[in-house]
Design a protein around this ligand. Sequence first.
Ligand SMILES: C[S@@+](CC[C@H](N)C(=O)[O-])C[C@H]1O[C@@H](n2cnc3c(N)ncnc32)[C@H](O)[C@@H]1O
Length: 728
Amino acid sequence: MCVLFGHIKVVRTERGDIRPRASQGDQAGISFAARATIDIRIYSVVGSKLYIFILNMRTPPSLPVQAGPKSPAPKVSPDALNDEVKPVEDMTREELLAYIREHHEAGIRVTFAGKDIAKRIARKVRPRTSRALAKYSAGTPEEQARNQVIEGENLQAMVTLYRERGQVDLILTDPPYNTGRDFRYNDKWDNDPNDPNLGDYVAEDDDGRHTKWMKFMLPRLRVMKDLLKPNGILAICIDHRELFRLGQMCDEVFGEENRISIINWQRAYTPRNDSKHVSVSTEYVLVYAKDMTRAATGLLPRDDKDDNTPMEDNDPRPWVDSPATGSNAKNHKSMVYAIQSPFTGELLYPPDGSAWRCEQKQNLAWLKGWGAKYKAADIDDAETRARIIGVPVQEAPKVKALVLDESVESAQKKARKLHKSGPWPMLFFLSDGNGRPRLKKYKEFIKQGKVATNYWSEDDYSTPEVLGSAAWPHEESGHSQQADKELTAIVGSGHDFATVKPLKLMAKIIQLWCPPSGLVVDPFAGSGTTGHAVLWLNEESKATRRFILIEQGRPEKGDPYARSLVADRLKRVISGDWKSGKNEPLGDGFRFSQLQQKVDANALLAMERDEMVDTVIASHYDVNRRGGPGLNLIKYEGYDYLVACNSSKEGFFLVWSGADKSPVFDEATYEAVVKEAVKAGLKPIYHVYARFNLFQSEDVRFYQIPDQILLDFGLNVNEPYNNESESK
Ligand SMILES: C[S@@+](CC[C@H](N)C(=O)[O-])C[C@H]1O[C@@H](n2cnc3c(N)ncnc32)[C@H](O)[C@@H]1O
């Protein structure tokens, strides 16, 4: 029996075997048991119903027939959804669909040991609570609610960002390149991705280095995709070491049809003459859409050099000059004729093979705009026009010329006068009037930007002019070195961080793929270049983009980059207090938080009040504001309950005194809540978090602890593991 589902074929023998076809690699052909008759089942999903059509037919003689002993009914692992190995027939519709998606087409699939585990691992990662660390945060409560820096492991952090799932416009990231010094792997993650051990650095000569890197990256790519909006974009940096493997994984996770570009950017190392073969001077950015049909790529701002120089004719509307002729005269024969210049009296034709761009009537009106009298007249020039069009003279249509209806001298006088005073008519003449006709093109009608190409040269990353200061060294240097100098200027020397990306590279990607009020996430934040680029662009273009950066650093060496680099860098660019001197402050702020223990009911119930405040702020979301800024923390000793407010000035009240002390929300508490709201200038709705609720009111929205918090982390309150008592 052969089961068809779209392009997928799952083979089943009459004896009951089920053999998925091409489950590994690019395996062509279908295996059949040696039987003459087969069933064909066609599975079709219409709406929520699964239809199965069964056809009986004989084994086609051309198909390869594999004889063999009766094998036990093999099981198929629908590993996209289920940890267990299941027969196809026992799968739910979702499992079957996932299985089919996984195995459809005979395309090339990347295979590596442990891939199935890597695909499932993200579902085993538990969200974590977090502690806000005021010392490393910056800005007002509103500014802190806009941006986040999370210190911790990024798979755990991304799983914790439940409220951002499906809300992110751009994930711009730069994972470890697998250089032998930059990436750690813990084998225990195969079974428990929550294992706190970060593992050892994977050495350059480790035979399993590529497999480990892929096992590390695959779950992260899958979670990144989940975080993206339907029109969201992933832009991921890589170099030659893992380019192919990353590309194949991205093709698989996002779909080849969603690959927008492979950008090749010039790191601008001056060629290394000691290279044995080829000196490496470029790296890559792979850009994928979650769904190409919904994705948009922005335009890059035009530099002046991309524009034609505007003419000075006192026209209040800025314009550039553009051709008055276009090609393909053969298709526009009636638009080939003479125009007499009001400046010189010369008869001007389009160049050979070309025609005037605009209608003759339009050109006549513009010519008259020079003040001279004009008329359309037959000047017996069929031969000239036929030559320009490229046809025999008899094929040139009868077309009149636009000629002066007064003397050249008087026309010239009028035209010269207007040329001096301006503004000129749309059709004007180059070289002070003595040249050929051109058209004015108003800038408001020009596409404000240029299309990006996939080669980004060194010039694109030179020191941003806006940041130019004595702090920026002027000598010619490679770009990676330049980026390193950018960082040194901000945080000072001795940061010992070698993999920083140029600010302009990240800014260019953000400009292209994140709308001006969008959200950018960088799960491998390093020194925080992505956050800096968001702040810089916001300041430059009055955009309001937000960022979430995740960085783990080397905590085992007491070197958490999130604090020593990301927070330090961002604080300095926000305030303008660079290590190298005062700079233009970029403003804005961010909340710095550190991932803590796994979220479960017992852990939540054991929290002290300040931990609960952080947890509520980190987890709360309103379906209508999902993806927007978080809650603004209200820190004021005078409040017993009020802890935060949202951007609509509604208060959040926490009725919680700490572990084992669970006050109920009752009428007396309600009155106290209303008093605090009035004092803080907040209006109803009052959002109340408490263990138990004994009071109902229309202006109260009640959130039960721990159930609502578990739900806000995407956890099912009824699942037993949400009641585990777990430590960090
Ligand atoms: C190549 S660097 C990023 C550099 C960054 N683009 C910049 O311009 O500074 C990669 C970063 O990812 C961090 N990292 C690696 N594995 C991580 C993980 N599992 N969770 C969080 N951060 C991680 C490393 O500490 C390192 O700082």
